[in-house]
Ligand binder design. Structure first.
Ligand SMILES: C[S@@+](CC[C@H](N)C(=O)[O-])C[C@H]1O[C@@H](n2cnc3c(N)ncnc32)[C@H](O)[C@@H]1O
Length: 295
């Protein structure tokens, strides 16, 4: 790992390692073209949750147009070897994300669709199987940086012993090294979602597990790369990036969530000595929450 220890934040039009309070659509246009290595976006889902920020749009088409406009800015700012991770959640019958998948992949290049297996079911319903996954669409520009080796799942000792006895492998040393490192992760990432009682849970209704976001960043970035989360929520992406020695940038429209993220960052021991300083920056622009328009 390249040590970013003591590395100064690079000159950038928006302050890095900072939570910027305000509308993502205000800040995204300020980002230079091809400047961000990875974008982790967990936006509102459209009427899946009973939260004001998930019910801001009158129609699904309004939501889709909004999605495509922020995605357009985000994809412009993404480096040509970067990846954008877009989270999508399907509600009880709400399936807006399926249309987002279709529209976005007609406009930008599809890289992959990860299933995040939440392990624990949610949104229980009587007439269907219990939902247990969320989707993460990966969009690319050109050939992305991708560290497949970064995510390995350990083999159990009996499997290792069985494979090592297998005479078909011509290079036993290479085989042993692979077995010791573990098998490559599949595009079904099985990481438990946060239960209410989880120590990690900090008060945001859709807080993502730190382990999941760290896994995505390990795959798509190196130390010192710049990571953006345009919908920062409780700051999971900022914390993951800080733990891994990446620069980060977060936008959050709701000031109490920005404060929550800041406290979380301040109260978490940096897991690496490469932690950078965190800042909370109040937007010079007026902070407007779109009025709640629930139908
Ligand atoms: C799904 S949550 C993100 C949760 C986050 N991944 C976490 O782990 O805590 C979406 C967040 O986007 C924020 N938000 C909604 N509209 C926004 C906008 N136009 N610009 C910036 N943030 C917005 C909401 O306040 C909410 O905190």
């Amino acid at each position: 790992m390249k040590p970013p220890e003591n590395s100064p934040t690079p000159p950038f039009p928006i302050q890095l390692n900072t939570i910027h309070i305000g509308d993502a659509l205000t800040y995204l246009p300020l980002l230079p073209d091809n400047s961000i290595q990875a974008i982790v976006a967990d936006p509102p889902y459209f009427r899946v949750l009973n939260e004001p920020w998930d019910n801001q749009w009158q129609t699904f088409n309004d939501y889709l147009q909004w999605t495509l406009s922020w995605l357009n800015q985000a994809m412009r700012a993404l480096r040509s070897d970067g990846l954008l991770f877009l989270f999508g959640q399907i509600g009880k019958r709400e399936h807006g994300f399926l249309h987002v998948l279709s529209a976005a992949t007609q406009l930008w290049k599809f890289h992959d669709l990860i299933i995040w297996d939440r392990v624990v079911g949610y949104n229980e319903r009587r007439d269907s199987l219990t939902p247990a996954y969320e989707l993460i669409l990966l969009l690319r520009k050109n050939k992305p940086k991708f560290h497949k080796h970064a995510l390995r799942i350990p083999y159990d000792p009996s499997t290792i012993a069985r494979y090592l006895r297998d005479k078909r492998y011509k290079n036993p040393q290479a085989r042993a090294a692979h077995l010791a490192a573990g098998k490559f992760a599949t595009n079904i990432l099985r990481i438990p979602s946060l239960k209410g009682s989880s120590r990690e849970k900090c008060g945001h209704p859709t807080q993502k597990p730190l382990a999941l976001i760290q896994a995505l960043l390990l795959l798509a970035t190196d130390p010192n790369d710049i990571v953006l989360d345009p919908f920062l929520g409780s700051g999971t992406t900022a914390l993951a990036a800080r733990n891994l020695g990446r620069f980060w940038l977060g936008f959050e429209i709701h000031p109490p969530y920005a404060q929550l993220a800041l406290s979380r960052l301040n109260n978490s021991q940096p897991q690496s000595k490469f932690a950078h300083q965190n800042n909370l920056h109040f937007s010079p622009f007026p902070i407007n929450l779109n009025p709640l328009q629930k139908t």
